[in-house]
Design a protein. Structure first.
Length: 150
């Protein structure tokens, strides 16, 4: 037959050529998307102390940030989902590292037992370990994050 070359016929060769072209187009599209993403600037807004933010279904506000030799205290106010733990989602960025809340049992300090009330809000202190420089306090919920800087 005039259209076959060895064991491959024209149809097989055409399909192989088309699959190679499709693969190259996919690689090209991936490269273009990579360049687009590399130039995107994602900025997390930094809020001032006292500003409130709604993150998911929770409204949070950082009232104060104080550092001492015994640790860093962050005064917070939260309302939203009754029964949720008050310290879940809080992080401290200090000395270039991210720290989670340290468990503490004192008056006015949030611990694992502190929950959001059914009505109103909870105001308490989230305790972190000692840091020399506090860059920001962050709260993460429902895939979103807000930061407060001193």
């Amino acid at each position: 037959m005039w259209w076959s070359l060895g064991s491959f016929d024209v149809k097989t060769r055409t399909l192989l050529l088309l699959s190679v072209v499709c693969g190259l187009l996919i690689l090209l599209a991936g490269g273009v998307k990579l360049l687009q993403v590399a130039t995107d600037r994602t900025e997390v807004p930094v809020l001032a102390i006292g500003d409130s933010a709604t993150i998911g279904d929770m409204t949070v506000r950082v009232v104060s940030i104080t550092s001492g030799t015994d640790g860093t205290s962050v005064g917070i106010e939260m309302s939203g989902v009754p029964g949720d733990n008050a310290i879940d989602g809080w992080r401290l960025l200090g000395d270039g590292e991210v720290a989670e809340p340290a468990g503490a049992s004192a008056d006015g300090v949030c611990d694992r037992e502190s929950t959001i009330p059914t009505s109103g809000s909870i105001t308490c202190i989230v305790r972190f370990g000692s840091v020399r420089a506090v860059q920001a306090v962050a709260y993460t919920r429902a895939g979103e994050q807000r930061q407060w800087a001193p």
